[in-house]
Design a protein around this ligand. Structure first.
Ligand code: PAZ
Length: 345
């Protein structure tokens, strides 16, 4: 008897084909307008701690009322899938760009508000945390006491001094976030807090902010259960409103605003950066590619050709941070911005 066993249907679970992925070539979402701002902030509650956090920030800004203050955002926002959150969507960012940049801003005389993903890298401690070395590997025992291993002494002393100076002079305010909602509420409230500084305020938006989220009214309270017989979790995510234009026009008028644009496809980096600049009307977009972000970035600004900043092979081999080149270039532009605005610095 001729038995014919049918071959199983071809299953295309994940093809890796472009058309099945998010299409990054479609135009950016339109910028949020006033009604979008109301819709978002009226329907997604602020974090409970926001008021006390902002009162600390207010004191910090008062203390630095004649200085330049930079708000550095750093690390990735999460998108919770449950209100009592067991699961969430995250992204790759460790906060290296933000934490390293904050150190160079401090070196250049800025006071820094560091709005960062909780437990991501922090200025100064980044040298000894999240590394393949456990912090205990930097220590040794000597005469029954714990001391720093002599081979790390010199570098650690230099880092420690800078850290202590920042603390003693009240130059660094660390403010954490975890979710996209916490980030957006805090960013808006901080922007308003920085308004008295006018052009002396600088925004350096390096955080990797989620593009999609689950709005409060659709988020389940408890852990999503797997059901017998069901093997798929289908979710629908809304686009996160693009508030950069609101920030530029309403939340922080007069401040200098810099955003980052991350891409993985080098052929669209420049056009996407230019598009963001035109769309949000701010002062500078710093484009970078995931693969090369630690050794090259591109400055895209109005009325100027794109300007690449690159580490030389020798600088790369010597472990020079690209942020040591990026920040002085920004400081120059900020000085011009302050002068042109007629504000004293
Ligand atoms: O945190 P990290 O140093 O690993 O990465 C930094 C970065 C790539 C997140 C940052 O440089 C950046 O591009 N931020 C904006 C990302 C975006 O386009 O939303």
């Amino acid at each position: 008897m001729d038995s014919h066993i049918p071959s199983p249907p071809t299953r295309r679970l994940s093809t890796g084909e472009r058309e099945n992925a998010i299409d990054r070539t479609i135009p950016l979402f339109p910028p949020a307008v006033e009604i979008d701002e109301h819709n978002y902030f009226d329907n997604n509650d602020p974090p409970e701690y926001l008021e006390s956090m902002i009162s600390g920030a207010h004191e910090f800004v008062k203390f630095h009322k004649y200085n330049r203050v930079v708000l550095v955002t750093s690390g990735g926002t999460t998108v919770p899938l449950e209100n009592q959150t067991v699961r969430f969507i995250d992204n790759f960012s460790a906060g290296t760009r933000g934490a390293t940049s904050a150190e160079y801003f401090l070196e250049n005389g800025y006071a820094v508000i560091f709005l960062h993903r909780q437990f991501s890298l922090l200025p100064y401690s980044r040298h000894y945390s999240h590394s393949t070395n456990c912090f205990l590997d930097f220590m040794e025992e000597k005469n029954g006491k714990v001391v720093v291993d002599p081979k790390y002494q010199e570098e650690m002393l230099s880092v420690l001094r800078k850290y202590q100076t920042a603390k003693e002079k009240n130059l660094l305010l660390l403010l954490p976030f975890t979710t996209i909602n916490q980030y957006l509420h805090t960013l808006r409230a901080l922007s308003v807090t920085l308004q008295p500084l006018k052009s002396r305020a600088l925004f350096y938006l390096a955080a990797a902010v989620s593009d999609f989220f689950v709005p409060l009214h659709r988020i389940p309270e408890h852990k999503i259960q797997s059901k017998a017989g069901g093997n798929k979790l289908l979710m629908s995510l809304d686009p996160v409103p693009k508030f950069l234009h609101r920030l530029v026009e309403k939340w922080a008028p007069g401040a200098m605003i810099i955003s980052f644009k991350l891409e993985t496809d080098s052929s669209i980096l420049l056009s996407k950066s230019r598009q963001a600049l035109e769309r949000y009307s701010h002062q500078l977009v710093i484009g970078n590619l995931l693969q090369t972000r630690k050794k090259e970035v591109v400055f895209v600004e109005p009325d100027a050709p794109a300007h690449w900043i690159r580490l030389t092979p020798a600088q790369e081999a010597a472990g020079i941070d690209i942020e040591s080149l990026i920040i002085p270039a920004i400081v120059k532009r900020h000085t011009v911005w302050i002068k042109e605005s007629g504000n004293s610095a």
